[in-house]
Design a binder for this molecule. Structure first.
Ligand code: NDP
Length: 327
């Protein structure tokens, strides 16, 4: 028997979460059984834990947790053997399939990635989907070419934003972080931001389709009016990696920045990312994300902290990256 955070739905449709002892035979089918060591809290975990499962969870009882890292305990797939260290993000694990908010998980071998050299299971969850997606965003910006101005990171004190700031600064770019929490300025500066932009400065609906050419690239975790505004502030030919919607899913923009400045809007999806690119991104994380900076982002937690932390992240109240020791 082992501990799992099980979410149940009652006859009135109300969901509730409780740590429950379950056995391996209750786990879903899959080729690899993983002894989970760490999991984390992403915005999507907040949605999955919210009443109604945020439209992402279909079946109850459910074990949330879109990410986990741990050690292979049993495998019927040649690619993995007992004792291998692995990380899992995406593939709708924690949404459509049982996830990492438990001491064990059984999943498809295709969904796992071997932990790259230089990263342990705790660091892998300090990175998690948020940090992995930051790396994908930086890779996408690099592929298009980052221009001369500072790289803007929106939602900078959040998970995606914090890791993006640290990676970009470490790669030698000037980084400007947009935050609605002025008290995080020292934290963002320590991660490598050289400029802090107040959220309200940049969060208004577009008044003029083009403003001064300010940013050489952008990792955008916010979407909505902020993304619309940022598009008009990009340098000629610069790119924005659209990652998130913490500020809204609508895009009240004009096409003028695309037509007159050749601005690129790059869609970033971490969930269905092909295996080869996953490997590349995790290897880049191990190489380009300074581990001391990653440690500065970590908020340690346990399984019993998850109901509060998953509610907090939906309110934008989590700073950096939560690392949950499930044992
Ligand atoms: P966090 O909550 O940790 O970070 C989001 C940050 O956005 C907050 O910390 C806050 O930053 C800022 N923010 C929150 N609300 C608003 C608002 N109303 N207006 C402007 N800014 C706001 O979440 P994550 O970093 O885990 O995820 C960020 C986004 O990226 C989410 O929308 C998530 O769903 C998405 N995502 C997408 C992925 C993909 O595959 N495309 C993968 C991972 C995440 P601050 O306090 O600094 O202002």
């Amino acid at each position: 028997m082992f501990n799992a955070l099980i979410v149940n739905k009652d006859d009135e449709g109300q969901t509730s979460a409780a740590i429950t002892q379950i056995s391996e035979d209750q786990l879903p089918a899959g080729e690899v059984l993983v002894a989970v060591e760490y999991t984390t809290v992403n915005y999507k975990d907040g949605l999955c834990m919210s009443p109604g499962g945020g439209g992402l969870v279909r079946n109850y009882p459910h074990v949330p947790g879109i990410d986990f890292s741990g050690t292979v305990e049993a495998s019927s797939d040649d690619r993995y053997k007992v004792g291998d260290k692995v990380v899992l993000t995406g593939w709708r694990v924690g949404e459509a399939h049982w996830g990492g908010y438990a001491q064990k998980a059984r999943v498809k071998a295709d969904w796992l990635v071997p932990l790259p050299a230089g990263l342990d299971t705790r660091q892998a969850m300090a990175v998690g989907t948020a940090g992995f997606t930051s790396m994908l965003s930086v890779m996408a910006l690099e592929d298009q070419g980052i221009k001369s101005g500072p790289v803007l990171v929106t939602g900078a004190a959040g998970g995606v934003g914090s890791v993006a700031v640290a990676i970009l600064a470490n790669l030698g770019y000037k980084v400007a972080g947009v935050t609605g929490r002025p008290e995080t300025a020292d934290y963002l500066t320590a991660l490598g931001a050289s400029q802090i932009v107040a959220r309200e400065e940049i969060n208004e609906t577009v008044k003029r389709p083009l403003e001064g050419e300010t940013w050489g690239g952008c990792v955008d975790a916010v979407g909505g009016a902020m993304l619309a505004r940022v598009l008009g502030q990009m340098e000629y030919g610069a790119s924005v990696a659209a990652v998130g919607l913490a500020g809204g899913a609508a895009l009240p923009a004009t096409v003028i920045p695309f037509l007159l400045r050749g601005v690129n809007l790059l869609g970033i999806d971490s969930v269905m990312q092909p295996y080869e690119n996953r490997l590349r991104a995790w290897e880049r994380v191990a190489k380009d994300l300074p581990m001391d900076k990653l440690e500065d982002m970590v908020v340690p937690a346990t399984l019993s902290d998850l109901p509060k932390l998953t509610a907090d992240i939906l309110k934008g109240d989590v700073k950096g990256r939560v690392v949950v020791d499930v044992n």
